[in-house]
Design a protein around this ligand. Structure first.
Ligand code: GLA
Length: 395
């Protein structure tokens, strides 16, 4: 499998790390990407549409059978981001425990065992350049890399949907985060030069070509992470489910603006605004995919700003730092090369996604970072990415 230059460096570092810890060269190497979502936020668990792409940032795992016979029934995993190695159970009756960085891997091992993929004992190193907690799905990338490693070890292949769902289940049960299906699907199924319009009800994806070299996706990390995501995400999800129940429908995907307006008096203001975001965002996402296919970039930009405003005002998952980044991008505007900008991912910190004309990307990045620093006193980080390929076995 051929890989890009930055991935090559990451793989090289993972090989060195494996050698440092285990004193040899590993037999298996796999990679799985993080993602950025162009539009369609907080719609996946409402059976709606999302439009993410895999990014050129990945989790790499290098692994081999252990030399140490004491590892019977276990895997020893070292992470370049953690001080202490973790031991995983690889057979027997595996149950979720306290949440720890290795819970993601443990949950995937359990899910693979349930599907008949028995990896046996192994030693592994995890090495990643997906920013942790930056809203770019570092955890989904870790889960999907783990499932890919187990495919490499066993020589068995999971079908793509089964693989993504098994990783999502690991996140629900072992990391106790009731996420939707977007992150795991795109990390498994991403394709170079394509966005993925995923119907989260049918689980069918339509790939949307995104290969115009004149356009660049700029990802800017606010470098803040408000500790609200963990508690607020399940509350948003519960509010949506409760509203669907009150509207007598299966999911907010089935609601229309007319239906919501008709039921306004029976809903709390909070539930009404949450549902208004979801209904509008599903429409915006489908329309954005169409506008991208037609090359109508003005419309794409408008939809991105509308999405951000709705996430800020109705869904209330943005924060002042993300709002600043989007405001600065908006003030640079079309003349400065900015097509559109919005927060991406769960919210309460993390990244914005900005669509920029490639020949102006350096100037845009410079202005964004300088003005954000002036306004907040925080140093942002910013990088461009083309849509990347999903998870793969490198060796
Ligand atoms: C997180 C979840 C996803 C999705 C987004 C919001 O990234 O893991 O499933 O719900 O938030 O769009």
């Amino acid at each position: 499998m051929s890989v890009g230059a930055s991935e090559n460096t990451l793989v090289q570092e993972a090989l060195e790390l494996f050698d440092k810890h285990f004193g040899r060269s590993p037999r298996w190497v796999v990679a799985a990407p993080g993602r950025v979502n162009l539009i369609g936020e907080h719609t996946d668990y409402n059976a709606g549409f999302v439009l993410p792409m895999a990014i050129e940032r990945r989790v790499v795992i290098a692994a081999d059978r252990p030399i140490d016979p004491a590892l019977d029934g276990q895997a020893c995993v070292v992470s370049s981001a953690e001080e202490v190695p973790a031991l995983l159970a690889v057979d027997g009756d595996i149950r979720p425990g306290d949440v720890h960085w290795s819970s993601y891997l443990q949950g995937v091992v359990a899910g693979c065992l349930a599907k008949g993929l028995k990896p046996g004992p192994f030693e592994a190193v995890v090495h990643s350049d997906v920013p942790l907690g930056g809203g770019l799905s570092s955890s989904a990338a870790l889960e999907v890399a783990t499932a890919t490693l187990i495919e490499a070890i066993t020589g068995q292949t999971l079908d793509l949907v089964t693989k993504a769902l098994l990783c999502q289940k690991a996140e629900h049960e072992y990391a106790r985060m009731p996420c939707g299906i977007m992150d795991q699907f795109i990390s498994v199924m991403g394709q170079a030069d394509h966005l993925m319009l995923l119907d989260c009800r049918s689980e069918q994806a339509r790939m949307v070509t995104f290969d115009n070299p004149a356009l660049t996706v700029l990802i800017t990390n606010s470098n803040v992470k408000h500790e609200l995501t963990g508690s607020e995400y399940p509350l948003r999800r519960a509010a949506c489910e409760e509203t669907a129940r009150l509207l007598n429908i299966d999911a907010l995907r089935d609601a229309s603006t007319e239906m919501l307006e008709g039921a306004k008096d029976e809903l709390s203001d909070e539930f009404y605004r949450r549902a208004r975001h979801v209904i509008g965002e599903i429409e915006r996402t489908v329309e954005a995919a169409r506008a991208i296919e037609q090359g109508d970039w003005t419309r794409v930009g408008e939809l991105m700003y509308a999405s951000h405003n709705s996430l800020r005002d109705d869904y209330e998952v943005s924060c002042p730092e993300l709002d600043s980044l989007v405001e600065i991008a908006g003030s640079i505007g079309r003349e400065g090369g900015v097509i559109g900008s919005r927060m991406t991912g769960g919210g309460f910190g993390g990244c914005t996604v900005t669509l920029v004309e490639t020949d102006k990307v350096d100037a845009v990045r410079e202005t964004l970072c300088t003005r954000y620093r002036e306004k907040t006193g925080i140093e942002p980080t910013s990088f461009a990415s083309r849509p990347a390929q999903g998870a793969c076995i490198i060796r």
